[in-house]
Design a protein around this ligand. Structure first.
Ligand SMILES: [Zn+2]
Length: 219
């Protein structure tokens, strides 16, 4: 019994020391440091989903690629939204899929997702929202909150009740851009310009369009 306890501790110790992208090392969830360690915080010239230009972009797919990290982020976010008493997590695809799933796992509730069809946010694949069902919407990043609000409309159109919103990052510049409770793990200011005012465009810096909404449109 003593030896098995010791080996569990040793495994935990190895985890912490040997994996540079392992947030368990600090035993506290430092999202900013994890963004940097996983290479998710990109610098350059980006066209965001909103069409605005920015000198940085957070690629949450990189933040979430290690399941252990995704699980820890999901548990942290789930802790923040427990009091919203959601019976179901709804996440907009693609960005919300991984974090929505791990939050739902931590809350032990079902998770379904909305997705765009011909530009319209929809609930497909046989997913159902019951009349009066209490829903929490989970996203990776909230900037304008457009996808999130569209998802809320889909839920309402099915008779569901949106009890709250949650995301890993809040880049909206507001404490709460929604009309129901909202929690995030990290607020991070977002520097943006209209294309006509963008200094990086003027300097001829190559632009990237990493957001899924924009990619879908341009594809
Ligand atoms: Zn630009």
């Amino acid at each position: 019994m003593r030896s098995s306890a010791t080996s569990i501790l040793r495994v935990a110790g190895l985890w912490s020391r040997d994996d540079s992208s392992d947030i368990l090392a600090s035993m506290a969830l430092d999202v900013l440091s994890l963004l940097n360690k996983t290479g998710a915080l990109l610098q350059g010239h980006f066209r965001l989903s909103s069409g605005l230009h920015s000198p940085n972009y957070v690629q949450c797919a990189l933040l979430l690629q290690q399941p252990r990290n995704a699980k820890a982020l999901g548990e942290a976010l789930a802790n923040r939204i427990k009091t919203m008493r959601g019976e179901k997590v709804v996440a907009p695809a693609l960005g919300g899929l991984v974090i929505g799933y791990v939050v739902a796992e931590a809350l032990d509730v079902p998770m379904v997702f909305t997705e765009r069809k011909d530009g319209e946010m929809t609930l497909r694949r046989g997913f159902r929202i019951a009349q009066g069902e209490r829903v929490v919407i989970v996203e990776d990043v909230v900037t304008t909150g457009k996808s999130t609000r569209e998802t809320a409309k889909v839920i309402a159109s099915h008779g569901g009740l949106v009890f709250g919103f949650a995301s890993i990052l809040n880049r909206s510049g507001k404490a709460n851009p929604f009309d129901a409770p909202y929690e995030s793990l990290l607020e991070m200011a977002l520097e943006t310009w209209e294309e006509s005012d963008c200094p990086l465009c003027r300097s001829g810096v190559e632009i990237h369009s990493p957001g899924s909404r924009y990619s879908a449109k341009s594809a």
